[in-house]
Design a protein around this ligand. Structure first.
Ligand code: HEC
Length: 181
């Protein structure tokens, strides 16, 4: 009996030791290009609430260094970076314009993360500031067309009157095929 217990403990220890050798952990590649934040506050809030899954500056907790929990952390970070990576804005970030909405709807940051990271919890004012800041920095999902990097000035509202950008984007008035071949 006692012997059976010690044997199982020894096996468990060996197994635990062995899985540590599997090199599936979070790594931080170099930061390539950050967004042009609309304000230092937006950046600070995003760093606090989003960067642990959506950047190359992930702060890995102790359980992210030990298998098997490290594998879960790695997977979440992989998926998070795949959806949006604030450190790689030189690549297309197709979901970026949804960031504000995700926060507004309480989808991001995920609850399981907030449960373990009190510092990432935002009060209502901070949440509102982050939503507005993300919309201003990355574009908003409500203004469909400009998906992605639409530079917007200052206070989070696109200024409708400043189209110095020659071709005014045709909304949805379709069929006039004025397209020269
Ligand atoms: C604990 C990790 C984690 C944190 C922290 C986190 N996210 Fe995410 N995020 C994910 C994962 C995983 C996905 C992809 C899977 C999914 O959609 O749930 C994702 C997806 C997204 C998407 C793509 C939309 C979608 O539904 O796929 C956006 C935009 C996003 N996150 C924004 C944010 C913002 C903004 C913050 C900070 C306020 C944040 N996330 C914080 C893990 C995280």
């Amino acid at each position: 009996m006692n012997r059976a217990i010690s044997v199982s403990l020894a096996l468990a220890a060996i197994l635990f030791g062995t899985i540590q050798l599997i090199p599936y952990r979070v790594h931080n590649p170099p930061v390539e290009q950050e967004p042009q934040w609309d304000s230092a506050e937006t950046e600070a809030l995003a760093r606090r609430a989003c960067f642990d899954c959506h950047s190359n500056e992930v702060i890995v907790p102790w359980y992210g260094r030990v298998a098997p929990s490290a594998w879960l952390v790695r997977r979440h970070v992989d998926e998070g970076r795949h959806a949006l990576n604030f450190s790689e804005m030189h690549r297309p970030q197709h979901e970026a314009h949804e960031a504000g909405e995700e926060v507004l709807e309480g989808e991001m940051p995920p609850l399981y993360y907030l449960a373990m990271h009190r510092g990432a919890r935002l009060n209502p004012e901070e949440t509102a500031a982050l939503v507005a800041g993300l919309d201003a920095t990355l574009g908003s999902s409500t203004e469909d067309e400009g998906a992605g990097s639409r530079p917007v000035g200052g206070d989070g509202r696109a200024r409708a009157d400043s189209d110095s950008d020659s071709d005014s984007d045709s909304d949805s008035d379709s069929d006039s095929d004025s397209q020269p071949d």
